[in-house]
Write a protein that binds this ligand. Structure first.
Ligand SMILES: NC(=O)c1ccc[n+]([C@@H]2O[C@H](COP(=O)([O-])OP(=O)(O)OC[C@H]3O[C@@H](n4cnc5c(N)ncnc54)[C@H](O)[C@@H]3O)[C@@H](O)[C@H]2O)c1
Ligand SMILES: O=C(O)C(=O)C[C@@H](O)[C@H](O)[C@H](O)COP(=O)(O)O
Ligand SMILES: [Zn+2]
Length: 368
């Protein structure tokens, strides 16, 4: 078992990582129950595969779950389901001092976190992530949001959970495509500032994706520790340090927007293609060796992830994709900084990128 602290003064919390932890949930979550109940928000797929486990574990402590079950998929991170959720929580008479449990992937975590931030001006919430992506990334750090027609995560709040319970065994029911998508955010930590971890990914990534438990546990803990450290340094993305976690996301979010936030391209898949594009663009700008960019592309391809526009199911002009990017939350004074790289493990925030160069590069990628 590992406990990773996120150090944020009075908003500090622990992340517990242990195989089978969900079956011991009473030990970890009883303190968040009121009058023997825990309101738990999940989606239809997670309700079918993991909710029973949590219910059985909590019943050992006499705690009953009040479930709120939403449709699965990115479309649930929307105004419509935010309203549905808030109405459901109000009907259940959730109080400001209560904690809501978010049981699911990043969609449920982001939505529940945002709902918690505004319900009665802020109630508590706990993350019980059940996708690889949520266990290595979205359950940590308090970025909460919904999508709007203008783009990805455009309405939200920084709002930290009170506790995160990670049980890697919940991934046993996760479809392979979702595991691969989550793996993209694992690789991201190596590409940001840990070349040794990228090499580990090259050697053990396929074992992790296949569900090999040592590899899975190692990658989850390594990722969580990396993210907790960055969030502790720069909770609200003001110093530039947290922006490193956005590697591949400016390109990736544009690809997600172009594919309509649909099942055609999952978030992690968009990030994979986005990271490959960011490295190739860095090489094109003379910042990074072509060989480094090729190594990143090859690893993502070997892991079965999109790594260019066609494999991300995108056929659009550079101008169209740059148009999506103009909604990026990193925009400052009309300028869009990009996460670029001098090599593997050498990501940096470049504030001097010409959008015309990005457009030309994407047009060339489209023709390649
Ligand atoms: N807040 C952050 O810091 C942050 C970080 C990364 C990504 N995100 C967001 O997270 C979202 C993507 O999250 P995701 O990839 O977890 O997607 P998701 O929440 O849609 O889950 C993926 C799919 O897996 C199913 N599922 C979840 N757990 C399961 C399980 N154990 N067994 C069987 N099925 C299961 C879900 O029902 C869904 O169909 C995106 O909206 C992205 O923007 C947020
Ligand atoms: O936690 C962060 O910070 C991240 O950037 C993690 C990303 O993986 C995640 O997708 C995040 O939601 C993107 O942030 P956004 O500010 O671009 O919406
Ligand atoms: Zn992401």
């Amino acid at each position: 078992m590992a406990i990773v602290p996120v150090s944020l003064g009075d908003r500090s919390y622990d992340i517990l990582i242990a195989e089978g932890a969900i079956d011991q949930a009473a030990d970890h979550l009883a303190r968040f129950a009121r009058n023997g109940r825990l309101v738990t928000v999940t989606d239809e797929n997670v309700a079918a595969t993991q909710l029973d486990r949590l219910e059985a574990a909590l019943s050992q402590a006499g705690i009953v779950i009040e479930p709120v079950v939403l449709p699965a998929g990115e479309g649930t991170k929307s105004w419509r389901f935010l309203e549905t959720l808030l109405d459901g929580l109000l009907a259940l008479e959730v109080e400001r001092g209560d904690h809501i449990v978010a049981l699911g992937g990043g969609v449920i975590g982001d939505l529940v976190g945002f709902a918690a931030s505004i319900l009665k001006r802020g109630c508590g919430f706990v993350q019980v992530p059940t996708t690889l992506l949520a266990q290595v990334d979205s359950s940590v750090g308090g970025k909460t949001a919904i999508n709007t027609t203008a783009g990805k995560n455009l309405v939200g709040a920084f709002y930290q959970p009170s506790f995160v319970l990670i049980d890697p065994s919940t991934l046993d029911t996760l479809p392979q495509r979702e595991v691969r998508a989550g793996y993209a955010e694992v690789v991201k930590y190596g590409l940001i500032d840990d070349p040794g971890f990228f090499t580990w990914c090259e050697m053990h990534g396929n074992a992790l994706i296949a569900g090999e438990s040592d590899a899975r546990l190692y990658a989850i803990e390594k990722s969580v520790r990396a993210k907790a450290m960055i969030v502790g340094d720069d909770e609200r993305e003001t110093s530039g340090r947290r922006a490193l976690l956005n590697l591949g996301h400016t390109f990736g979010h544009a690809l997600e927007a172009e594919t309509g936030f649909s099942d055609l391209l999952l978030h992690g898949e968009g990030v994979a293609a986005g990271m490959a594009l960011a490295f190739r663009f860095s090489a094109r700008q003379g910042l990074c060796d072509e060989a480094e960019a090729a190594r990143v592309t090859a690893h993502l391809r070997d892991a079965g992830l999109p790594n260019d526009l066609p494999s991300a199911h995108v056929a659009a002009s550079g101008a169209t994709l740059v148009g999506h990017m103009l909604h990026d939350k990193k925009m400052a004074g009309g300028n869009l900084p990009f996460l670029l790289a001098r090599g593997i493990g050498q990501t940096f925030l470049d504030k001097n990128v010409s959008l015309k160069d990005v457009e030309t590069f994407l047009d060339e990628e489209m023709r390649a």
